[in-house]
Write a protein that binds this ligand. Structure first.
Ligand SMILES: C[S@@+](CC[C@H](N)C(=O)[O-])C[C@H]1O[C@@H](n2cnc3c(N)ncnc32)[C@H](O)[C@@H]1O
Length: 223
């Protein structure tokens, strides 16, 4: 009997130890983790078949042409093509992105280009934009909806907001994350009271996936 009890006790103990040694099941990835993983892959060239424009965004380049450089904030900077471009044009450029590998690549490209950028691996939602701080805020294929008040408060009077993204019509033929899909009316309403310098909808080659898509080109100036 004694022997049986000892055997039973040992069995219970070994089962408990085995359970404790099993790896904890992975927690479901949060939306931010999914974004980080996706964009780390795409922007460092590890996602086969996903092409994107590695050159500076054309709308942003046109928007700053002839303007004196100042302080620029690039939201969702990715691998830094636009942050670096702004720095090359003399801007004091800060970029934020939660995709750490993409940001590391941006820093590497900046060093190779002999320019200084400020880069932050952070969610835009956690960033303190400040007040009357930026001469330019760029949302290039990055959605501003959740950060609208921060953008408006932190732009200096006269500062520019520049956005390029998909126009609503693009969703008829493609699956695009709703955060980067806009209508001209929505953007005009979001920036009511601003001077709208550009608000065009045109078929163009999207910087991401490089497909022909209805795009929206939007530039607004804080009064
Ligand atoms: C389509 S890419 C655009 C990258 C860059 N603006 C460009 O045009 O090259 C979108 C970027 O937004 C970043 N992103 C998405 N959600 C974010 C968040 N909440 N905070 C910071 N970055 C975010 C992604 O990691 C990705 O690099």
């Amino acid at each position: 009997m004694k022997q049986l009890l000892i055997s039973l006790a040992l069995l219970v103990l070994s089962t408990t130890v085995a359970r404790a040694q099993q790896p904890t099941p992975a927690a479901p990835a949060t939306e931010q983790q999914q974004q980080r993983e996706k964009w780390n892959k795409v922007l460092t060239g590890k996602q086969a078949g996903y092409a994107f424009n590695e050159k500076p965004n054309a709308l942003l380049a046109a928007a700053i042409k002839g303007r004196p450089p100042g302080k620029a904030l690039d939201l969702g900077m990715g691998q830094g093509r636009n942050t670096i471009f702004l720095a090359q044009q003399g801007w004091d450029a800060t970029g934020i992105d939660l995709a750490d590998e993409a940001v590391a690549l941006a820093e590497q490209h900046a060093r190779q280009a002999h320019v200084r950028i400020h880069s932050l691996v952070q969610s835009v939602g956690d960033y303190d934009f400040g007040t009357n701080r930026w001469d330019l805020i760029a949302c290039i294929y990055f959605g501003p909806r959740d950060y609208l008040q921060k953008i408006k408060d932190s732009l200096k009077p006269g500062g520019l907001f520049v956005l390029e993204g998909a126009e609503q019509g693009a969703t008829k033929t493609q699956q695009i994350g709703s955060s980067v899909v806009f209508t001209a009316d929505e953007l005009r309403q979001m920036f009511a009271g601003y001077k709208i310098l550009r608000c065009d909808v045109q078929e163009g080659i999207s910087d991401f996936k490089l497909t022909k898509t209805p795009l929206i080109y939007f530039v607004a100036q804080k009064p």
